[in-house]
Design a protein around this ligand. Structure first.
Ligand code: FMN
Length: 189
């Protein structure tokens, strides 16, 4: 798909997509989005991020992990009930887990988190430009030891986003933002 959006259109028009239609996401498109997103600002060119992706055949394994992690006694549910409870995990076409180093120095850690957030928003905007929706999610289980181990997260690293990506049928309404006057203080006043 050719690029159509201005930067402003992408920034203002992007919405978090929480209902996906189950269409697959092309791996090459996803990898291109990730590569382009690395041009995010980052102090000292530390590029303080790495990602674990699932997009294609490996999604099934991830779904099993998400099921085992989030649905206690899932074996006792009917196939239909389980499928319904799993819908929020099975309908995205791709996942990007974003992992940042936890620098022991407070300033660097904060910088790295900020840089990684820019990297994530870049991915969201680039995906949006390709007609792919996304939602940055931080469910508590991303910090669970078993989940971290399954992703290969090392000591001294933190998962800061479970980014779900996929195609969608409906764009949600934007939630109103605070008026700019409310967030701006003119220096000295
Ligand atoms: C750090 C961060 C964590 C988020 N975690 C979640 C989450 O766990 N679940 C969720 O549904 N949305 C999550 N969101 C998405 C927000 O709900 C969404 O960005 C917000 O409602 C504004 O909507 P918009 O992105 O469409 O402008 C998160 C967003 C950020 C930046």
């Amino acid at each position: 798909m050719s690029k159509q959006l201005s930067v402003r259109e992408a920034v203002v028009g992007r919405r978090s997509i929480k209902l996906f239609n189950g269409q697959p996401v092309d791996r090459d498109v996803l990898l291109e989005i990730i590569e382009d997103a690395t041009y995010a600002p980052n102090h000292g060119n530390r590029e303080p991020w790495r990602v674990v992706v699932a997009c294609g055949p490996e999604l099934e394994k991830l779904h099993n992990l998400l099921r085992d992690t989030t649905i206690p006694k899932w074996q006792e549910l009917s196939e239909e009930t389980l499928a319904k409870q799993m819908q929020k995990f099975t309908t995205p076409g791709a996942y990007v887990f974003v992992i940042v180093p936890e620098d022991v120095r407070q300033k660097e850690r904060l910088e790295d988190l900020g840089a990684a957030a820019s990297f994530i928003q870049n991915m969201q905007l680039l995906a949006w430009d390709q007609g792919i929706g996304s939602c940055w999610k931080t469910p508590p289980f991303i910090d669970a030891p078993a989940f971290r181990q399954a992703l290969g997260v090392q000591a001294g690293e933190r998962v800061i986003s479970m980014l779900q990506l996929g195609h969608y049928d409906q764009k949600p309404q934007a939630k109103a933002r605070k008026p700019v006057e409310e967030i701006v203080t003119v220096f000295g006043q």
